[in-house]
Design a protein around this ligand. Structure first.
Ligand SMILES: Cc1cc2nc3c(=O)[nH]c(=O)nc-3n(C[C@H](O)[C@H](O)[C@H](O)COP(=O)(O)O)c2cc1C
Length: 393
């Protein structure tokens, strides 16, 4: 996992007497190679944009306004166009995932508009956003800049705003101390999976890296695994959210309600299979192993302590899942909105909470990608140590 800097909307049409000093500071920041990679965003207004329709704002339509600030343009190799306040476009999300970036430092214009929206969207997508306050400014002036920071402190947390450190070597040290980056790191593109260059260890690590991504971020809904259990002689499957993937132990974990069918099925036969598909790399992971249920024990307690109030409802339905009802209804009390409970609901939710830990005995990783090659590898896992073979896809 790595870091990146995004320079938001440092464009001709946004650089003026209110923002020019900050623009120069950002240029120094980029030239100082404090962060690597550095990506740039560029806002383009359009005829039917909400900015025109609802604000009557006609700027940034012409190239002389939307082009990057002329002094930064030669340094900007990696530019993402956008038509929104947020920088989190599908292309940008894709980049974060293919380069395993989990912390994004944000600089640029305007603190109270695109910087704020970008940072809070990253935050809500499970990516750590850190705003470099001394490298942001607003076309609304100092008051708007300050208002943006005030809101950001509440939105993403004050320890995710770096303020009062404009000296580059001081900033470098601060980032290294607090975000574990001693020197700028080059984050490689996703390892090409050409069969002739790929080792079994690469394939195994790649599979675990994908499973870790599935855990660490809600940005990637395509990485929800399906888990299969046995219902008597028949298969039984459903989607779950992966909560932990520990390569060293060879375990995968998810949470469930202890009253569900899958829990009953695991009690009868704890051999399960999980399947996970990554649309990005056109890869499939199939993992098999024994599932262990943790209900009201030390591990369950520890796992439940990390369940946020916003998810308590997942363990609070009045009747077990699968019970027939007269109408379409969540089974949750009316006061619970979108699964979110309150601190006083924790005991009730905990009664139904169950941690399921799957100790893997084997894992398959297959990629059928035109540009990354076709391959399939099968691994036996014993106490976290793997032994792999290539098989025909
Ligand atoms: C997006 C999504 C995520 C889900 N995540 C979970 C989960 O983490 N754990 C879980 O037990 N059920 C989860 N479910 C619900 C299950 O898919 C399933 O419907 C429910 O657990 C009952 O399954 P069972 O009766 O086969 O045990 C999720 C459903 C969806 C649509």
């Amino acid at each position: 996992m790595g870091n990146a800097l995004v320079v938001v909307d440092l464009q001709e049409g946004f650089v003026n007497e209110k923002t020019e000093q900050t623009a120069h500071d950002i240029k120094d920041l980029v030239e100082g190679a404090v962060f690597d990679p550095v990506v740039f965003t560029r806002f383009r207004n359009s005829e039917f944009s909400p900015h025109r329709q609802f604000l009557g704002w006609d700027r940034l339509l012409r190239e002389d306004e939307y082009r990057l600030w002329r002094e930064i343009e030669p340094l900007a190799k990696d530019v993402f166009d956008k038509a929104s306040y947020t920088s989190l476009t599908p292309e940008f999300r894709h980049r974060l995932f293919t380069q395993n970036i989990d912390t994004v430092f944000v600089a640029g214009l305007d603190t109270d508009c695109c910087v704020l929206k970008t940072a809070s969207d990253l935050f809500e997508s499970g990516v750590r956003a850190v705003v470099l306050a001394d490298f942001c400014a607003s076309n609304g002036g100092e008051k708007s800049h300050k208002a943006g920071l005030l809101a950001l402190r509440r939105l993403i947390g004050r320890n995710n705003i770096i303020e009062g450190i404009s000296d580059l070597s001081e900033l470098k040290d601060y980032v290294a101390r607090n975000f574990g980056q001693n020197t700028p790191i080059i984050i490689p593109e996703v390892t090409p999976l050409a069969p002739d260059s790929l080792t079994l260890t690469d394939a195994y690590d790649r599979a675990w890296s994908l499973m870790s991504q599935a855990v660490s971020s809600s940005l990637k809904p395509t990485l929800l695994p399906t888990i299969a259990t046995s219902r008597g002689d028949n298969p039984s499957i459903r989607v779950v959210v992966l909560r932990e993937a520990t390569q060293q132990e060879g375990t995968l974990s998810f949470f469930t309600d202890v009253r569900t069918e899958k829990v009953k099925e695991i009690k009868r036969n704890n051999f399960v299979a999980l399947c996970l598909y990554d649309q990005n790399s056109n890869s499939q992971i199939i993992a098999r192993g024994e599932a262990f249920l943790h209900h009201d024990d030390e591990l369950a307690k520890k796992a439940f302590s990390k369940v946020p109030s916003s998810s308590l409802g997942a363990y609070m339905s009045d009747l077990p899942s699968g019970t027939p009802r007269e109408t379409a209804h969540s089974g949750l009390p009316d006061r619970i909105v979108q699964f979110g409970g309150e601190a006083s609901d924790r005991n009730e939710a905990y009664r139904n909470f169950c941690l399921v830990q799957v100790r893997l005995s084997d894992l398959e990783f297959a990629t059928l990608s035109p540009d990354r090659g076709w391959m399939r590898a099968r691994f036996e896992i014993n106490q976290g140590t793997e032994r792999g073979v290539w098989v025909t896809p």
